[in-house]
Design a protein around this ligand. Structure first.
Ligand code: SF4
Length: 228
């Protein structure tokens, strides 16, 4: 199997009844500003080259962002912040990501999430997180990441058991999420550098809890150890 096959299976997934209902309801009802558009309304696959040494792990697609455009962090304010930073540090060929048909390319980075369907209020349940983890586990097994930047505590909590299953050794006690936290995990396929970063949500960026400089700094450190 390769990642293209995995993504093709992922977009057909209907394993979480509440999330299937929500992603489709949002796609039917739409936001007024987007009423002429056809929403994606399905699971959103990872975006970026499958051989990327750097992975960014978010939370879940936004209802009117990735759930509309079908591409991670595309078409919403969180994505504006993330892609501007990726471009600023040389990891994206353009600073904006408005729709999936543009020329955006990532260099050595793949963006994915522990939950692939938009959840009500951006809050997946624990059961939904655990149900979806098989997709992230499969994706990481098909990749050879050297560094992962995790955006927010939810992604961190979701990712640690997936990493353990995929062959990396977790320290005990388990590392706690924080902005700028950096942990090196030994593994059979080489060491993995894990970085914590506050999520690029409007709640964090509008209040200045996460500034572009803070985000760029974590991305630069992670790109460095990933050999980019
Ligand atoms: Fe499937 Fe994940 Fe979507 Fe649940 S959240 S329906 S497991 S893709």
């Amino acid at each position: 199997a390769d990642i293209a096959e995995l993504d093709a299976q992922l977009v057909e997934c209907r394993a979480c009844p509440r999330l299937v209902a929500w992603r489709e309801q949002v796609a039917r009802e739409k936001r007024a500003a987007f009423r002429d558009q056809t929403y994606w309304g399905r699971p959103v696959p990872g975006f970026g080259p499958p051989d990327a040494p750097l992975v960014i792990v978010g939370l879940a697609p936004a209802a009117h962002g990735a759930n509309r455009t079908g591409r991670m962090f595309t078409g919403d304010r969180s994505g504006d912040v993330l892609y501007a930073a990726l471009h600023a540090v040389g990891l994206a060929n353009q600073p904006t990501s408005v729709h999936a048909g543009d020329e955006l390319q990532l260099r050595g980075v793949r963006i994915t999430a522990p939950v692939h369907c938009a959840p009500p209020a951006n809050k997946p349940t624990t059961v939904e997180r655990d149900t979806c983890s098989r997709w992230l586990r499969a994706e990481l097994r098909l990749m050879s990441p050297r560094a992962i930047v995790v955006l927010g505590a939810f992604g961190w909590q979701a990712l640690l058991p997936v990493l353990a299953d995929a062959g990396w050794a977790l320290p005990r006690p388990r590392p706690v999420f924080g902005h700028g936290v950096h942990v090196e995990l030994p593994g059979q396929r080489g060491a993995l550098h894990l970085f914590g970063c506050y999520h690029v949500s409007q709640q964090n960026t509008f209040t200045g809890k996460l500034t572009p400089a803070m985000l760029e700094e974590v991305l630069t450190r992670a790109a460095d150890v990933a050999g980019l």
